[in-house]
Design a protein around this ligand. Sequence first.
Ligand code: Z5A
Length: 207
Amino acid sequence: MSRGKFITLEGGEGVGKTTNLAFIKKYLQDHGIDVIVTREPGGTQLAEKIRQLLLDSSSESISESAELLLMFAARAQHIKHVIEPALSEGKWVLCDRFTDATYAYQGGGRNMSINTIEWLENLVQGTLRPDLTLLLDAPVEIGFGRVRTRGELDRFESERVDFFERVRQAYLRQTALYPARIKLINANQPLTDVQNSLVDVLRPLIK
Ligand code: Z5A
């Protein structure tokens, strides 16, 4: 049996990851692909507990190093218990955020060392990298406008606009570094146009 494909969906707040995840799942299933959908931080019992700790805005302040290590701790569990087993069984894995988010939020947003992130990436993932990453990109204020009416803000959502500007720029740097893997999708257009762009990228992969 051939190994499944690993697809990640990335982008800043409110760009439409959750909305488009459901669309991509259906598109792949309609083409006969066995796909599981998961997310980071999270995806296993322990990793979801870590997610709660990371998003809780009422907890004690979390140091930048602790945040980075918790992201990778959750990722280690997720890879071992969900991602690798599914890929080995020939299933495709569609994941809402992965390590590009660490480069963007901890590297870009928090200005943490890229070398340290790379070191942890190699330690935790070995050779595992996504086959395809779809980066939904939109100006920060567009994403904010779509989601800031949802009520209480989590620990990341409470960050200021300049934090999210750095996140966006870091995502764009990742895209420039890995153009074959990361495909930039303009998320600042009507949903049907975003989804047509997604299909254009996905079509060659399922042939
Ligand atoms: N994080 C990190 O720091 N480091 C890491 O390594 C990882 C994560 C893995 C949790 O992420 C936090 O973890 C995240 C980074 C950090 N924090 N932040 N910010 P998350 O993915 O759970 O949280 P999120 O990014 O805040 O997700 P979100 O706010 O739910 O956004 P979204 O999923 O991209 O958006 P959506 O829910 O699909 O869409 C939002 C609304 O816009 C909704 O009403 C849609 O109907 C609407 N929408 C979507 N597309 C369109 C278009 N094209 N036009 C108009 N309206 C649209």
